[in-house]
Design a protein around this ligand. Sequence first.
Ligand SMILES: [Zn+2]
Length: 338
Amino acid sequence: MRIGIDIGGTKILVGVVDETGTIIHKVKILTDAKNSYVCVRDDIVNTVDSVLKECELHKKDIERIGIASAGQIDKKTHNIVFSPNLGWHNVPLKQDFEKIFGIETFIENDVNAATYGEWKFGLNSAPDDVVGIFVGTGIGGGLIINRKLYRGFTNVGGELGHITVNPYGYKCNCGNHGCLEAYCGGSYIVGRVQEKIKSGYRGRIWDIIGGNVDILHTGHIEEAYLSGDEFCVYAWREVIEYMGAAMASIVNLINPEVIILGGGVVYGTRYFVDDIRDVMEKRAMPASIRGLKIEKAKLSEDAAIMGAVFTEAESARARGRGFRGSRGRAQGEKAGKR
Ligand SMILES: [Zn+2]
């Protein structure tokens, strides 16, 4: 058995996962970003304790703990260098967990973990090269290259959301101008349409949201676009063009077999995936998209937990430290169930 933990800005998921990748028990707790690191850490520790009790498991039954966290994970110390949603700087969560539980603990960037989880458990095939793009409030990316999670020189590789798609474009939260995230991240798109409405614009979008800008999400904007709302046609077309163009660049660079698309904008809209695929296919080099599949992420909130409990474990196995749940076996068992 393994414990998987996904630390988000507002909630933390703790799951017990067996060797085949089945979550046998899962608990969600709310977090307050205003609380200190120690306070949040102790909340997670208490939740793990109670999950073990509920499953009638002991510490000795748990072979490893995998933690998915936003932000950069230091390559040497494994500290969380900076977690933007909790305001943590250089916190030793892995070491603290190993001290408290006496169980080997691994920590992974949350989008990397989600990409890995989707690759390992969400796909019907077992492709060698996969790109994960998660379009939520911002945009996160993960790369599987030659069946391994690609982390880069200092562990911050795969930041697809911060590819510059227009050097003179919108301001991004990272400080740069013209990042893909600034064009296609849900909070940025919604922010632009909200601003337009607040400045007095009244189109079809106004009726769709009943005059309440606070409820606006990208599904509304797509709906208004489809019904010909002048500003939303401009705003949503921009999203589709920039996202499709960025994907064309990504496939030209990586030449993946599968692109996994997840996140609220992907799930909350009707034609986003089809529309961006059309743009990508027009812009990419034909050889880069031959045989390419685009799949929607299937594991939802479980993806990061699943990735966190399996990624480092496999790196450890690759280093010859031995690990029972090999990829081949886990995939085989899963395929057998289908
Ligand atoms: Zn950026």
